[in-house]
Design a protein around this ligand. Structure first.
Ligand SMILES: [Zn+2]
Length: 291
């Protein structure tokens, strides 16, 4: 399952089914699901055991790290991605410290608790990572997965202390679903409780813009969705910086249309679906990630 509290046979979180209030044909819950039968389309996973589900989450965490490398989201040892363990929700899987996103693999990810103790794996974890992520995972039990990295456009946009505007269909996914955190701007979250400010200020937002620091994304659904929101958020920051730098007058999507877009193109299922495109691409080309 991809949802914390869903029954073991369910694979899609409730908020992934909120594309449309109407009942679609043939049991579909998204208009993106093909009506025509027999076509190739990403299968929503179901799991026979918690072991299968753990393997899925770990594999997709590793893939997300490889994809972050492909997009150039590395900055030395900065950047951390986490996903809860399906059996022990107080533990989370994360990428190892001082291992490039491109070198993350199944055999070097680590399982840690909320105090930063590694309970499985040989590598250390990132101090700032566990302070930040553990605070969110501890204070927000609904958060399944979280991503953070020091990216160029996200860091630049976060210097403005402003939220993203609905300048495009893609940006509408963050309309009224983002939090700008201006408290302790730019502080490195290495002290025990310093991640709490962010965890408290984020509300239920999928996107957090930490002023003078960078981007964080969360998902109640999956590491797939959290990673996709991060990629989308960085891209939207780039687009807004570009259009503002152009000096041209900007037309915004009206609020009611922005909400409509978020409802239909900004669900967890859609984020998961976007990520499958990237997962299938990277899994074929970098099979060593499974080692
Ligand atoms: Zn950081």
């Amino acid at each position: 399952m991809l949802e914390v509290d869903a029954p073991a046979t369910s694979a899609v979180a409730v908020d992934g089914r909120s594309d449309d209030d109407s009942v679609l044909s043939k049991g579909r819950f998204s208009v993106y699901q093909p009506e025509q039968e027999g076509l190739i389309f990403p299968e929503i996973p179901t799991f026979k055991s918690v072991g299968e589900e753990r393997l899925y989450r770990k594999t997709h965490l590793v893939a997300a790290c490889r994809i972050f490398a492909k997009y150039g989201y590395d900055y030395g040892f900065a950047g951390h991605l986490t996903v809860r363990d399906p059996e022990h929700p107080n533990l989370y899987w994360t990428n190892p410290m001082c291992v490039h996103f491109a070198d993350v693999r199944m055999s070097n990810i680590v399982l840690a608790d909320h105090s930063g103790q590694v309970v499985e794996g040989k590598y250390a974890i990132n101090r700032a990572g566990f302070v930040l992520h553990a605070s969110v995972h501890r204070l927000r039990p609904e958060v399944m997965a979280m991503c953070h990295a020091h990216t160029s456009y996200g860091s630049a946009f976060c210097a403005t202390g402003r939220p993203l505007d609905p300048i495009s269909l893609d940006a509408c996914s963050f309309f009224e679903d983002q939090a700008v955190v201006g408290k302790n701007p730019g502080i490195v979250t290495v002290e025990g409780e310093s991640g709490i400010d962010i965890a408290e200020a984020m509300g239920g937002a999928r996107a957090i813009l930490h002023q003078n620091h960078g981007l964080l994304t969360t998902s109640k659904h999956s590491i797939d969705a959290a990673a996709w929101w991060f990629i989308a958020l960085e891209t939207c920051c780039r687009a807004q910086l570009a259009v503002e730098a152009s000096g041209m007058k900007i037309q915004l999507v009206p609020p009611e249309l922005a909400r409509y877009n978020r409802k239909h193109a900004g669900t967890s299922f859609i984020a998961w679906l976007h990520f499958q495109t990237l997962y299938n691409h990277i899994a074929k080309r970098q099979p060593d990630m499974f080692d």
